[in-house]
Design a protein around this ligand. Structure first.
Ligand SMILES: [Zn+2]
Length: 206
């Protein structure tokens, strides 16, 4: 018979069963959150976090779901199962069910058998959640990164139509023109660089 103990740390409850620890109240959003956790439960969270970090976006494989800000949170439920919450970049994006599946597979490989992936639709995903590193990877991949803050655009509708300067991801020229509102996918617009004459996608700010 395994011993079960319960410990209150601050305002969270830490439950220890045998050598497994789980705290139903721990929800982490980032690596920093994990470092702030009580030492003895850091390891499983860290292991799960790096497994999730390995999951890439099916459409832009150089971006992880952390880079995109699609990953929202990780917690452990009272049955010691993992709960991962993700927010689709676009509702109805077919890539999302693939991402949920990939998260389960990655965690399964890391040894986590009970995994629940929740889709959180509110608040809606915004390009503001994309990390700096993610935007850089996007440009290196040949796609112009979203310009400005979506939250700022909402408060200033004029700015929404005022974006003209999209920098060419190849030669960094600002001398570019929009060819079409929609590129290879709905979230991208098609542009062409007038300096190097190369067409490229611009990941729209939403
Ligand atoms: Zn160019």
């Amino acid at each position: 018979m395994m011993t079960v103990s319960k410990e209150i740390i601050g305002d969270v409850t830490l439950i220890t069963q045998g050598d497994t620890h789980f705290g139903a109240d721990f929800v982490v959003h980032s690596q920093q959150d994990i470092l702030a956790l009580p030492k003895k439960i850091r390891d499983p969270f860290m292991l799960a976090f790096s497994a999730i970090e390995s999951v890439c976006d099916p459409e832009i494989p150089v971006l992880t779901i952390m880079d995109l800000g699609v990953f929202r949170s990780l917690s452990i439920d009272d049955k010691n199962g993992l709960i991962v919450t993700i927010t689709p970049t676009y509702s109805g994006c077919p890539a999302m069910s693939m991402i949920a599946f990939d998260v389960e597979v990655a965690l399964g490989k890391a040894g986590f058998k009970q995994v629940t992936v929740h889709l959180s639709l509110k608040p809606a995903w915004t390009t503001d959640w994309m990390t700096k590193q993610g935007k850089k990877k996007l440009v290196d991949y040949g796609i112009a990164a979203p310009i400005g803050k979506s939250s700022a655009l909402k408060t200033d509708r004029a700015a929404l139509f005022g974006i003209t300067e999209v920098c060419c991801p190849r030669c960094k020229s600002n001398n570019t023109e929009k060819l079409a509102e929609f590129g290879s996918t709905a979230c991208k617009a098609q542009y062409r660089c007038k300096s190097c004459l190369e067409p490229f996608d611009y990941f729209k700010c939403i």
